[in-house]
Design a binder for this molecule. Sequence first.
Ligand SMILES: Cc1cc2nc3c(=O)[nH]c(=O)nc-3n(C[C@H](O)[C@H](O)[C@H](O)COP(=O)(O)OP(=O)(O)OC[C@H]3O[C@@H](n4cnc5c(N)ncnc54)[C@H](O)[C@@H]3O)c2cc1C
Length: 243
Amino acid sequence: MKNILGFFKNLFNKTKEALTGEIHTVKVKKVKKITPDVLQITTEKPGNFEFTPGQATNVAINKANWKNKERPFTFTSLPEDDHLEFVIKTYPSHEGVTNELLNLKENDELIIRDVYGAITYKGEGVFIAGGAGVTPFISIFRDLKSKNKIGNNKLLFANKAKKDIILKKDFEDILGSNFINILSDEKTKEYEHGFITEDFLKKHIDDPEKYIYICGPPPMMDALEKQLKKLNIDKKHIVREAF
Ligand SMILES: Cc1cc2nc3c(=O)[nH]c(=O)nc-3n(C[C@H](O)[C@H](O)[C@H](O)COP(=O)(O)OP(=O)(O)OC[C@H]3O[C@@H](n4cnc5c(N)ncnc54)[C@H](O)[C@@H]3O)c2cc1C
């Protein structure tokens, strides 16, 4: 009986996979809160699984009532790592997937699917992120660092307060003085205060011919694109992803 059930389960998964693309079920190895509302989730990595730094996949939680609720999240580990990592901002008020991820424990399972994503590294430039919009840049910077090619890449990172800065120590180690923070709700001695303005961009974009990578919530992206246009940055040089 167990064998017959196993056969049908396998057949069901194979049929689903053929219809909807590849499906992988991976066990959670570790869940860590890295800011008051951001989780770092490490999972197993399926064999022969490939992605390019900056790319994402659709993720669902392998629990009753959650299996079919997929949401896009970006890989923050390196392609060659033996595990996968995601850095995920949780929104309890949405009562959706990210809220349920707050209950995730070691050995629970995630379902991950095909790899996709608009942001990949094209060349040296200025990376501009708001909050969890930094996730595609985590893997890109880790990859450049591992290849000794971090060069003069710069990260402009906008958050509400210091406690919200995701992987602050990692970025400091990788980028040094090219890690520039701006905080909207907290005044500090070390960081700029307020929202990103044209003047702030002008100060930090030293070469308009370099790439500008932008990722954040849609209102921030709209504002940034208008500001970059005023600074005569050619659209060809802008690499973007809205979260
Ligand atoms: C390509 C891509 C990659 C991404 N990678 C990452 C990543 O690596 N890390 C990361 O943190 N995020 C990432 N995101 C964003 C992430 O996908 C969303 O934050 C996530 O889907 C939210 O899921 P959720 O189920 O918690 O809430 P949602 O799906 O946003 O909402 C669930 C329900 O809550 C309600 N709702 C929606 N908005 C509100 C609101 N403002 N207030 C109250 N209720 C609301 C709606 O009824 C909605 O149906 C990525 C997005 C994209 C497009």
